[in-house]
Design a protein around this ligand. Structure first.
Ligand SMILES: Nc1ncnc2c1ncn2[C@@H]1O[C@H](COP(=O)(O)OP(=O)(O)OP(=O)(O)O)[C@@H](O)[C@H]1O
Ligand SMILES: [Mg+2]
Length: 324
C-alpha cells in the first residue's frame, strides 16, 4: 500500500540554514495494516505524512502510495487516500452537518450516501448536538473531532491521521478509536497515524515505527520492541540494612542491567521479569536477605525510546516544544 525508498526532505530556511526534516526513510506498509508513527516534536512525522499525501514534494527518494508515485501521479494518489492533518481547522462559517456532507460529495459520494455517512459520523464522534453549529464556533476538541470526521467521510482505502486524538478528552479519544477500528474492519482500511500518546500506539497499532531526527530508528510490534529494546523492570524492597547485599544478588541475575539501589528498594532491568523475579527472591531467601515486597513492571514504549536514544520521549517532546 505504501512503499518509500530513501525518502528525504530538506527545507531551505535561509542561505545558511537547511533543515534536514526527513533523512532517507524507507518504509513498506501492507494493505490492512494499522501503523503508528511515534517520535518527539520535530522528528519529521508530519513532513513524512505530507510527502505521502502529495502536499509537499520530496527533495529526493521515492514514495509509492496505493500503487501510484507521489511525484509523478499525485492526482491518483489523492483519489485513494484520506488525510487528517495536524490541526487542520476545517471550514469557517459553514454548519457542521453541511461541512461534513459537502466533504462527502466532493469526494464522490452520492447525496444519499453522503448524508448517511455524515449522520453516522456525527453520532459516533458525538457531534450530533453540534450539527447545526457553525464550524467557527466549535471548541478545539469539537473541531478536532470534525476534522477526523472529514477525513473518514468517504471511507478511503488508505487513511493518514496526524495526531488525531491530540486535544480530545479521554471519553472522546475512546469514541474516536472505536470509530476508527470499526471503519477499518468494515472497509479493510489501511491506517497510518502519528500520536504522542504512547498507550494508544501500544494498544491500538500492531506496528510501531519510531522516528527520531528524520530517521526510522525502530520498526516492529510494540511487544517485540519492548521485549527487544527495554526489558522488564524488577523492584525489590528489602528490610532496612540489607540493601547492599540485595544489590549484590541482583547484579548476579542473568542479564541484569541498570541496577539502582535507593532507600530500601532495588531496581533492575532483565529480559524476562516473570522468570527472573522468583529467581531473585529465591536467592534472597537462601542468603538470608528479608524481602518485604517484589514487583515486575512491564516496559512502556517510552522505555524503548529511552533505550534507543538515551532520552525519554516525554523529555524530548518537552525540549522540542521549548525550542519551537
Ligand atoms: N515548511 C517548513 N519549513 C522549514 N522547516 C520546516 C517546515 N516544516 C517542518 N519543518 C521542520 O522540519 C522538522 C520536522 O518537522 P515535522 O513537522 O515533520 O515534525 P513532527 O515530527 O511532525 O513534530 P510534532 O510532533 O511537533 O508534530 C522540524 O525541525 C521543523 O521545524
Ligand atoms: Mg507533526
Amino acid at each position: 500500500m505504501i512503499s518509500t525508498r530513501e525518502l528525504t526532505k530538506d527545507f531551505v530556511v535561509s542561505r545558511t540554514e537547511t533543515v534536514h526534516a526527513v533523512r532517507g526513510i524507507s518504509l513498506d506498509v501492507e494493505p490492512g495494516e494499522l501503523v503508528a508513527v511515534l517520535g518527539p516534536n520535530g522528528a519529521g512525522k508530519t513532513t513524512t505524512l505530507r510527502m505521502l499525501t502529495t502536499l509537499i514534494a520530496p527533495t529526493s527518494g521515492t514514495a509509492k502510495v496505493a500503487g501510484y508515485d507521489v511525484s509523478t501521479d499525485p492526482g491518483q494518489v489523492r483519489r485513494q487516500i484520506g488525510y487528517v492533518g495536524q490541526g487542520n481547522g476545517a471550514g469557517h462559517s459553514q454548519r457542521v452537518r453541511d461541512e461534513l456532507y459537502g466533504q462527502g460529495v466532493i469526494y464522490g459520494l452520492d447525496s444519499r450516501s453522503a448524508k448517511r455517512r455524515s449522520e453516522e459520523l456525527l453520532e459516533s464522534l458525538e457531534l450530533g448536538e453540534l450539527a447545526r453549529r457553525k464550524v467557527s464556533e466549535l471548541s478545539g476538541g469539537q473541531r478536532r473531532r470534525l476534522d477526523v470526521a472529514m477525513g473518514l467521510v468517504h471511507a478511503p482505502g488508505l487513511l493518514f491521521l496526524d495526531e488525531p486524538s491530540t486535544g480530545l478528552d479521554p471519553q472522546n479519544r475512546a469514541n474516536l478509536w472505536d470509530h476508527i477500528l470499526r471503519m477499518r474492519e468494515q472497509y479493510s482500511m489501511t491506517i497510518v497515524l502519528t500520536t504522542h500518546y504512547l498507550d494508544e500506539a501500544d494498544s491500538m497499532a500492531e506496528r510501531v515505527v519510531v522516528v527520531d531526527h528524520g530517521e526510522v530508528i525502530a520498526d516492529d510490534t510494540a511487544d517485540a520492541l519492548k521485549a527487544k529494546l527495554a526489558g522488564d523492570q524488577l523492584l525489590l524492597t528489602v528490610a532496612p540494612g540489607n540493601l547492599a547485599r540485595a544489590a549484590e544478588l541482583t547484579e548476579q541475575l542473568l542479564g541484569a542491567r541498570d541496577v539502582v539501589a535507593q532507600g530500601d528498594q532495588i531496581s533492575v532491568r532483565v529480559a524476562n521479569g516473570p522468570e527472573a523475579l522468583p529467581e531473585l527472591i529465591g536467592a534472597a531467601q537462601r542468603t538470608g536477605v528479608p524481602v518485604a515486597a517484589a514487583q515486575v513492571i512491564r516496559p512502556t514504549l517510552d522505555d524503548v525510546f529511552l533505550n534507543l536514544t538515551g532520552r525519554s520521549l516525554r523529555e524530548a517532546d518537552a525540549n522540542g516544544k521549548a525550542a519551537a
